[in-house]
Design a protein around this ligand. Structure first.
Ligand code: GDP
Ligand code: MG
Length: 201
């Protein structure tokens, strides 16, 4: 196959809300439609420690998320006495509770530019502002405001790795090497090959 150097793997998790709302087929269809394929896929019950590890593969995530949430509150004129770390830790605790509430579908998606392509299909973090046409924009309408009012995790259906380095670390948390397969699909010839031959008889 040509274009091998562009092939990436990314980790996707269909969160418990996606499984409960029977959106598994609807969501993975979008990755297949684009020509990406699964290197691995399974139904799983997430362990608390795995969810914590997953969201802290970037050691700054707690602080960055806390700062973002704090700024958003202050913009609304709400004074926040907690530190960014405390807020971030609270978001993480609510995520752990949410992600372990029921089965999730974990998958490794592979293809050229898989990491940014999957993020594009997934949409931005807060469903209220995710673009129409994205998974988060089309199937859910939760907001930070609603989530915070009830002190719960935002229901945004799906996780997708943000960059190649975190994808590698996240894949290691959820999959053993022998659960990931190397194979080709029929359509890849039309996506990646330089010459398309042998169609006409
Ligand atoms: P993602 O990469 O788009 O999933 O977003 P992040 O990596 O920034 O955050 C991971 C997850 O944490 C998100 O999918 C949300 O479920 C949750 N999250 C992030 N920021 C906030 C926030 O400010 N408030 C709440 N309630 N949840 C958040
Ligand atoms: Mg992220």
């Amino acid at each position: 196959m040509s274009n091998k150097q562009f092939i990436e793997r990314t980790l996707v998790i269909l969160k418990p809300d996606a499984v409960q709302r029977s959106l598994v087929g609807e969501t993975i269809k979008r990755f297949e439609n684009l020509g990406l394929k699964f290197a691995g896929i399974k139904l799983a019950l997430a362990k608390k420690e795995d969810v914590r590890m997953h969201y802290t593969v970037d050691p700054d995530w707690i602080k960055i998320t806390g700062e973002k949430a704090k700024k958003a509150k202050e913009k609304q004129g709400i004074n926040v006495s907690e530190s960014a770390e405390e807020i971030g830790e609270r978001v993480l605790e609510s995520l752990i509770k949410f992600m372990t509430a029921g089965p999730v579908v974990v998958m490794v998606i592979e293809g050229a530019h898989a990491v940014p392509l999957v993020r594009k299909i997934v949409g931005s973090t807060e469903p209220l502002s995710s673009d129409v046409g994205t998974i988060r924009g089309d199937y859910v309408f939760d907001s930070y405001e609603m989530a915070d009012t009830n002190n719960r995790a935002i229901r945004n259906l799906i996780h997708a790795s943000s960059d190649i380095e975190s994808a590698k670390k996240e894949i290691n948390i959820w999959f053993d090497e022998n659960e990931l397969l190397n194979y080709s699909t029929a359509q890849e010839r039309f996506i990646y090959d330089i010459d398309i031959k042998n169609i006409l008889q």
